[in-house]
Design a binder for this molecule. Sequence first.
Ligand SMILES: NC(=O)C1=CN([C@@H]2O[C@H](COP(=O)(O)OP(=O)(O)OC[C@H]3O[C@@H](n4cnc5c(N)ncnc54)[C@H](OP(=O)(O)O)[C@@H]3O)[C@@H](O)[C@H]2O)C=CC1
Ligand SMILES: O=C(O)CCCC(=O)O
Length: 483
Amino acid sequence: MPSQLLKTQSYVNGQWKDAQSGQEYQVVNPATGELIAKVADCAAADAEVAVELAHEAFLSWRKTTAKERSQIMRKWFDLIMTNQDELAEIMTMECGKPLAESKGEVAYGGSFIEWFGEEAKRVYGDMIPAPAGDRKVLVNKQPVGVCSAITPWNFPLAMITRKCAPAIAAGCTIVIKPAEATPLTALALCELAEQAGLPKGVLNVVTASSGKEVGEVLSTHPLVKKISFTGSTPVGKILLKQSADTVKKLSMELGGNAPFIVFDDADIDAAIKGAMASKYRNTGQTCVCANRFIVQSGIHDEFVKALAKASDELKLGNGLDEGITQGPLINKAAIDKVSGLVDDAKKKGADVVTGGEPFSSKGGYFYKPTVLTGIKDGMDIATEEIFGPVCPVFKFDKEEEAIAIANDTPFGLAAYFYSQNLSQIWRVADELEYGMVGINEGIISTEVAPFGGVKESGMGREGSKYGIDEYIEMKYLCMGGLA
Ligand SMILES: NC(=O)C1=CN([C@@H]2O[C@H](COP(=O)(O)OP(=O)(O)OC[C@H]3O[C@@H](n4cnc5c(N)ncnc54)[C@H](OP(=O)(O)O)[C@@H]3O)[C@@H](O)[C@H]2O)C=CC1
Ligand SMILES: O=C(O)CCCC(=O)O
C-alpha cells in the first residue's frame, strides 16, 4: 500500500483530526474484500465544527485575488499529476476500477483544478447601459460563501474536484463528505492541497460511515450557502428537502438512464467502440453509462453479435493486476441489485446472449459482462439505472419509436446515438430530452463542457465556463445622483 498520501483522519481547518467520538470505520478493497485502512467515523458534531471553521476561513479567502487563488490551484494540479501513479493506486484499491482507468480519472479530476484555476481570472462583472442619465448600473460577482459537497464512490477524485475547484476558484470555502467506500482518495487530495499552499479551512473533508448524519448538517446548517451533490436521485431529493428551510443554492447531479440508439445506417464499428467505452467504463458504474441499447431492426442482429463478442473479450479481476479491463462492483448490495435486474428480465422472457450471472472470485464482487435481448416494458431493467456491466437491448423499426423509448423515463442526464444521416442527426438531437447528447461518440466527459441533466437527473452544470457561476452570486449596484 502506498504510504506518503495515505491519510486516515478527517482534514479540517488544515489539521488531521480523529472523530470527536474516537470512532473509526473500515475501508475494504472490493476486489479482494481485504481491509485497506480504518478512517475517522465522523458525526454531526464534527461536521458542525468543520462548517464553522470553513466560515472563518471564508472571511479571508474571499478577499484573496483571483490570481493568488489561481497560482495555488496551478501548484495543486501540478502536484496531482506528479503523484498520478500513487493516487491511482489508492483509488483502485478503494473503488476497484482498473489502474489505467484510475490514472485517467486522476488526470480528468485534476483537469477541473487546472481549468477552474484559470477561470478564476475570468469572473467578469458587467456595466449595463443605465435607464437614466444620472445613474450607473453595474453587476458585481461575489463568492456565495461556505459550500458543502456530498460525493459518490464511483469517481472518488473527479466528483470532488468538479465541485471544490470552482468553489475555491470563486473565493468560497468548502466542506466535503466523500462516500463511505472511498475516503482515502479524498484525503490524499487534501494532503496535496496543503503542499500546494492552500490556506487552512478552505478545503475540508469530513469522513463518515453514514451519509445521513453528516449530510443533514451539510444541508441544513445556516452558514452553508450552497450544496452540491452527486449520487442517487432518492438521496438528492432528501437533500433538496433538507436544504429548503435555509434556501441554499443547489447543484444536483443525480441518476441517469442513458439510451444508446443505433440507427440502421450507423457505422457499426464506431457504434461498438462507443458502446463498449460508454457501457463498461468503471464496470458500468457511472451515471452516464449507456443503460438501454435501442437498436434498429436492420442492424440489430449484427450489433448484438459484435457487442457480445467484444464483451466476452473483457478481462475481469483485481484492477491492480496487469491487463485487467473490468474491476469489481463496489459491494455486495451492488451485486444483488444487478443480479436481481438480470434475473427479473430472464424470468420475463429476455434472452441471455452472454454473461447473465456473477463471476465467482474469492472475496471480490464481480459480475460477468452481460448482453440481453428481447427487452420489453414490464421488465425492471427497462426502466431502472443498472449501475453494472449489463447491456439490455431493445429493437425498434421507426425513428419516432426510438425517440419515444429513449424519452420514456423520468431521467434526463446523458443520451447517445449513432447515425450517419445528417438530417436525422439534427432531428434526433433536438428531440432527446437530455442534458448531454453523444452523437457518434460514447465518451463525452471533459472539463471544458457543461456536465449535468434535466428532469429528475438534477439541476445545475459542472465544468466548463458555466460551472463557476454555480458558486457565485451576482450583486446589482445602482449608483444614482451622478448628473
Ligand atoms: N449519479 C451518480 O453518479 C451516482 C448514482 N448512483 C446511483 O445510486 C445507487 C446507489 O448508490 P449509493 O452509493 O448508495 O448512492 P447514494 O446516493 O446513497 O450515495 C452518494 C453519496 O450520498 C451520501 N448519502 C447517502 N445517504 C445520504 C443521506 N441521507 N443524506 C446525505 N448524504 C447521503 C453517501 O454517503 P455514504 O456513502 O456514506 O452512504 C454518498 O456520499 C447506485 O446504484 C446508482 O444507481 C450512485 C452513485 C453515483
Ligand atoms: O457517474 C458519475 O457520478 C459522474 C460521471 C463521471 C463523468 O463522466 O464525469
